[in-house]
Design a binder for this molecule. Structure first.
Ligand code: THU
Length: 160
């Protein structure tokens, strides 16, 4: 038996203004699109903005459905849109922000497992890391330099 360990690292910024201008700009786009979320059931609005290598920014918000599982998260809406519109462009970074209409959220909400798996697909495909930043409506911002930091041992196409 070999006892292995997984080491992950992430950065926590006290607020958005502490970040580099490019990151701030991307988060602002995520905040903008978050306001267009369709979340009548959860009242939880999420926005995601994706920066591509060619400088394009692709955004998405969560879209809910009366048949709950038919809805889709902001991150997957954005990343599938990026994949559909710009299939040959590498993804450099994703900014995610959440806001609840029920309560004040200040703790950065990390992307759900299914969205991490979706991001993993593109990181494996492009063979370069995708930077991920997430925050609530206000407050601290968490940043990881690669999807692998928040989804170690991910399943990928090499197993197929
Ligand atoms: N949601 C996202 O858009 N991204 C996540 O990573 C977690 C959850 C959405 C799905 C649903 O519309 C609402 O937030 C509450 O779960």
């Amino acid at each position: 038996m070999i006892d292995k360990q997984i080491v992950t690292s992430y950065q926590v910024y006290d607020n958005l203004e502490e970040m580099e201008a490019e990151d701030v700009q991307l988060m602002h786009k995520a905040q903008e699109i978050r306001e267009k979320a369709y979340a009548p059931y959860s009242q939880f609005m999420v926005g995601a903005a994706i920066l591509l290598e060619n400088g394009e920014v692709v955004t998405g918000s969560n879209q809910e459905n009366a048949a709950y599982p038919s809805g889709l998260c902001a991150e997957r809406n954005a990343i599938y849109q990026a994949g559909a519109q710009f299939p040959d462009q590498k993804i450099l970074a994703i900014a995610i922000t959440v806001k609840s209409q029920r309560k004040k959220v200040i703790i950065p909400a990390a992307p759900c497992g299914a969205c991490r798996q979706a991001i993993a697909e593109y990181e494996f495909k492009q063979e370069t890391p995708i930077k991920i930043m997430f925050m609530a409506e206000i407050g601290k911002v968490v940043k990881v330099n690669s999807l692998v930091d928040i989804l170690p041992l991910a399943f990928n196409g090499s197993y197929l």
